[in-house]
Write a protein that binds this ligand. Structure first.
Ligand code: ATP
Ligand code: MG
Length: 517
């Protein structure tokens, strides 16, 4: 079995793991739960050899595991799907998989010339993907243009390609579609029946309760409970994680604290639609990723876009962010053209929360205050007269944002890379909301957030709209969309279709998302 004993790890003054014991037996699925920053990823990184513990030991099937060595962990049979996908952006997906177990076996089979047959890798991947119900990108596609969901699928395939005895999954399920999720959980059950150990890190308590045999709950670096399946309810788990239970989605539609949005009443009377998209066409790799999209979002409205990932969502968000040039069509924010000649949003009237926080949202090697000042309105607030940046103002602004949005960090000088995944997401959301833009575009905005933070972000989005902002919420999470949005649209193959209020039930939505219109 897997037995970690007294694992302790510090980051500077912060005690991330405090004498943690963790056990798992062959043929077991163990769920690892805990709020954002509890230490889950740190513990998994130590098991996978990516981090060295300050104290403690790990035994796997009776043998001590050499600490801090990824190759020793892999040789012992530990493979991991990391929270932030670790893929080579400039390489194709086949090449990425060739660096996993498929490639090693293809090379062994082909010893004569020690080359890796990418076709063989692709064939093995296709067989595995079929079992998982995953669709693969087109042959030869490079990772850099892939969506988050596609990256996660690649990571899962690569980890499984090692046929690991211990499979670590750090929040893999948030981006899988409903059909994929069922198949994925089935695969986990099959791995269990083969006598493997599966460790699943997740914020979905219901998922942990259905699939896991036992649960380990971390709270601020300590193990607080290890219930078996059937011994706890969802509410009890939430209480164990955070001490007290925040209301889930109730109240999400009502307004929160007033006065954070700097809108002039006069403007609101004159301009109804804060965001207007007309006939937007975006081409990518020679095909139309967006094919004549029309959409309006009025002040005070939250409009949702549902869809199976990869149907043009990323292109739409990128076009709105000004980082992808449309072939034709217009985007107007508060009745002005959104993007000036250099392609950037001139006045900061539109704020975007990107899907891939590590690549597009943050600059990980920069401190938190600099990451915040990447938003022009915040930069302006940190400047003195004549545009000189004031270090003290910037630090104060950052400290205030960290506190107001409950971001757990050492302080404004901490690097974004030092934040836990959920706290990085909070930072991205905080920056967009603190910018006081009129229009907010958010893509899979609660990914990686724990139960309490998810509720809080939903409440804040509702408050933002109630104060006269316009929100475009792009999400693969139907529950989230129906809980928050007044109007819904479905995107399929780059085309948008409005969804009537009578069509909001999941079955009907599922059909629409599959393009049945
Ligand atoms: N390289 C690092 N340098 C400094 N602090 C770090 C580093 N890595 C993690 N931490 C800190 O250790 C704590 C635990 O982080 P960890 O990533 O393990 O949390 P988590 O439970 O995975 O949270 P999440 O649900 O948000 O992913 C956090 O406070 C985090 O800021
Ligand atoms: Mg984590």
């Amino acid at each position: 079995m897997l037995a970690a004993r007294h694992i302790t790890r510090r980051f500077g003054p912060l005690l991330a793991l405090d004498r943690v014991d963790f056990d798992a037996c062959p043929g077991e699925i163990v769920a690892l739960l805990g709020e954002n920053g509890a230490g889950k990823t740190t513990l998994m990184n130590i098991l996978a050899g990516r981090l060295r513990p300050d104290a403690g030991s790990i035994e796997l099937f009776g043998r001590a595991l050499r600490p801090g060595s990824p190759s020793a962990a892999l040789a012992a049979g530990v493979a991991a799907v990391h929270q932030s996908p670790m893929l080579f952006e400039r390489m194709t997906w086949e090449e990425n998989l060739a660096l996993g177990g498929f490639g090693a076996r293809a090379a062994r089979a082909n010893r004569a010339n020690l080359t890796i047959d990418l076709k063989e890798v692709a064939a093995r991947a296709a067989a595995m993907a079929a079992r998982l119900g995953f669709t693969l990108p087109s042959p030869g596609a490079r990772m850099e243009q892939r969506s988050m969901a596609e990256r996660v699928r690649m990571e899962v395939l690569r980890a499984l390609s090692f046929e690991p005895r211990v499979l670590i999954l750090d929040e893999p399920t948030k981006l899988l579609g409903p059909g994929e999720l069922a198949a994925f959980l089935d695969v986990l059950r099959r791995l269990r029946s083969e006598g493997r150990i599966v460790i699943l890190v997740t914020h979905k308590l219901a998922e942990a309760l259905t699939v896991a045999d036992c649960i380990t709950v971390l709270r601020r670096g300590r193990v607080v409970a290890r219930p078996l399946r059937g011994e706890v309810t969802e509410n009890e788990l939430a209480t164990l994680m955070i001490g007290e239970l925040a209301p889930l989605s109730e109240g999400a539609r009502t307004a929160g604290a007033a006065g954070t949005l700097a809108l002039e009443a006069k403007d609101l009377l004159e301009i109804k639609n804060l965001l207007e998209i007309k006939n937007l066409v975006v081409e990518r790799d020679g095909w139309r990723a967006l094919d004549g999209v029309n959409l309006e979002v009025a002040a005070g409205e939250i409009v949702g876009i549902a869809g199976v990932d990869g149907n043009g969502q990323s292109e739409l968000v990128e076009a709105l962010a000004g980082v992808r040039r449309p072939m034709s069509g217009t985007i107007r924010v508060a009745a002005a053209d959104a993007h000036d000649r250099d392609g950037s949003d001139g006045g900061g009237a539109l704020a975007v929360i990107a899907e891939n926080r590590d690549r597009d949202g943050l600059i990980l090697e920069m401190p938190l205050w600099e990451n915040l000042l990447l938003a022009r309105p915040l930069l302006a607030r940190a400047c003195e007269r004549f545009g000189w940046l004031s270090a003290s103002r910037a630090a104060a602004l950052c400290a205030e944002v960290l506190e107001r949005f409950h971001i757990r960090a050492a302080g404004p000088q901490a690097l974004a890379a030092e934040l836990s995944g959920g706290n990085r997401q909070r930072l991205c959301v905080a920056r967009a909301l603190a910018s006081r833009s009129r229009v907010l575009v958010a893509h899979n905005v609660t990914r990686g957030l724990d139960v309490a933070a998810t509720a809080e972000v939903r409440r804040r989005l509702a408050a933002f709209a109630a104060e006269g902002g316009a929100v475009l919420l792009v999400s693969s999470d139907l529950d989230e969309l129906t809980a928050l949005c007044g109007r819904l649209a479905v995107i399929s193959r780059g085309r948008l279709r409005a969804v009537g209020a009578d069509e909001h039930d999941p079955a009907r939505m599922g059909l629409l998302m599959a393009g049945a219109w």
